[in-house]
Design a protein around this ligand. Structure first.
Ligand code: KIV
Length: 297
């Protein structure tokens, strides 16, 4: 039986069928045999496939801001690529994410989309825009999908945005939520770890449940007390993607520049797996020495 050109496959057949239909296969999650966490077959990630990974295997998410970082994230096996507004601090030399605009985000998202990753591309809605009127918000998201090539948007904020998110989802805009510490609110709340008191835990939990109930396909939970994190993961049906929130999440996200050792002062929870800044400086010094000695041929 077929719907359009897409074959329907039974779950038990999925390894075999994923291999057969590797180019069009979108019905099931990126399948990893034995749940080792390595991708054995690369298939396109979708919001549905990522949702289905909750309780199956941890979801790997990374930021990217251009075609090069998108390719690196994709080749490294990311399931989801976030074009984060962290582009402000990591790439554009800004002190925080507040100065990032939708036009900047679309410019970077389009570069990521040109790398054609199989990971799901999500675009971060910049500061303030989610609180605009619904027709304007819908138009920002429409531009992100149509001009930026993203497949979903991420929106920072809690229960007060649940209605707007439900309307976006209803309009065909997949939304990833973002609760806990909200970097876009640096000027009003600072960079403060969340969930350290029972009262604050209650607030974070209400936000997480409201956004999940509004139809978010996944939820970033940033800098929440790690002892409390499992409670959030258990309370929502969609996957929780942690950053600085410990292991009790359904997946993890990191800023790629922090992971690769390109950021001068990465946050304490980000443990770099490489030191590309040091390696790049050393490479340039070697080449500069050759140039000065006229030995580049
Ligand atoms: O902008 C960003 O990079 C983010 C994450 C790291 C979650 O929001």
């Amino acid at each position: 039986m077929r719907i359009g050109a897409r074959p329907i496959v039974r779950l038990t057949d999925r390894t075999e069928n994923a291999a057969k239909h590797a180019d069009t296969y979108t019905l099931y999650p990126r399948f990893t045999s034995g749940g080792s966490g390595d991708k054995s077959i690369s298939v396109k990630s979708t919001t549905r496939s990522l949702r289905a990974l909750k309780g199956v295997r941890p979801i790997v998410c990374l930021t990217a801001y251009d075609a090069i970082t998108a390719r690196i994230a994709e080749d490294g096996g990311a399931d989801l690529i976030l074009v984060g507004d962290s582009v402000g601090n990591t790439v554009l030399g800004m002190p925080d994410t507040v100065g990032v605009t939708l036009d900047m985000m679309i410019h970077h998202a389009a570069a990521v989309a040109r790398a054609k990753p199989e990971a799901l591309i999500v675009g971060d809605l910049p500061f303030g825009l989610a609180h605009d009127s619904f027709p304007k918000l819908l138009n920002y998201c429409r531009r992100f999908l149509q001009e930026g090539g993203v497949k979903a948007v991420k929106i920072e904020g809690g229960a007060s945005l649940a209605l707007a998110i439900a309307r976006l989802v209803d309009a065909g805009i997949p939304v990833m939520g973002h609760v806990g510490m909200l970097p876009q609110r640096v000027n009003s709340a600072g960079y403060r770890r969340r969930g350290l008191t029972p009262e604050d835990q209650q607030k974070v939990l209400i936000d997480a449940q409201a956004i999940a109930a509004a139809g978010a396909f996944a939820l970033v939970v940033e800098c929440v007390d790690e002892a409390f994190m499992p409670q959030i993961t258990a309370a929502v049906k969609c996957p929780t993607i942690g950053i600085g929130s410990g292991r009790g999440c359904d997946g993890q996200i990191l800023v790629i520049h922090d992971l690769l050792g390109l950021t001068p002062y990465p946050p304490p929870f980000a443990r770099p797996e490489a030191n590309l800044h040091r390696d790049a400086v050393a490479a340039i010094k070697r080449w500069a020495t050759k140039v000065r000695a006229k030995k580049t041929k």
